[in-house]
Design a protein. Structure first.
Length: 145
């Protein structure tokens, strides 16, 4: 399996799903082969992205209707070049869980500034989260080009 960037949030229905879609969109536009995946710390397997996340991504011309949630696992993390959480708190939680896996622990970082979870919010919350992710991830894709 090809290495990837792994974006992590809580449920994998909003922020990390949008992060995966945006990074892959910019990677494709930049002609780089590195891709992203996403998962959630407490995700229920196989759920779709939230409606708000789908709408927010449509504004960027990105269709995430095929997205299915995935729960974080050691296998997902082993194949990740980087494990990027949406918040510092999520990164701290994950690094504590990986205390006995120093190789995986050193791959964990958080986006800066923290990206709020728009779940349960209105359309403007999803658009604001998408805009924050857009700014950070377009730069990350360029840096890996």
């Amino acid at each position: 399996m090809k290495p990837y960037i792994l974006f992590v949030c809580n449920s994998n229905t909003c922020a990390s799903a949008m992060a995966e879609a945006l990074f892959n969109h910019y990677a494709e536009k930049s002609g780089i082969t590195l891709r992203a995946r996403s998962c959630g710390l407490d995700a229920k397997e196989g759920l779709p992205a939230s409606y708000g996340a789908m709408e927010a991504m449509e504004a960027y011309g990105i269709d995430i209707s095929a997205h299915k949630t995935e729960r974080i696992s050691i296998d997902l993390m082993k194949n990740a070049l980087m494990i990027i959480t949406m918040t510092t708190e999520q990164a701290q939680y994950l690094t504590a869980l990986l205390e006995h896996s120093p190789e995986l622990k050193k791959r964990v970082s958080a986006l800066e500034p923290d990206v709020p979870d728009p779940y349960g919010g209105d359309e403007s919350d999803y658009r604001r989260t998408a805009a924050m992710l857009d700014e950070v991830l377009s730069a990350l894709a360029e840096a890996n080009a």
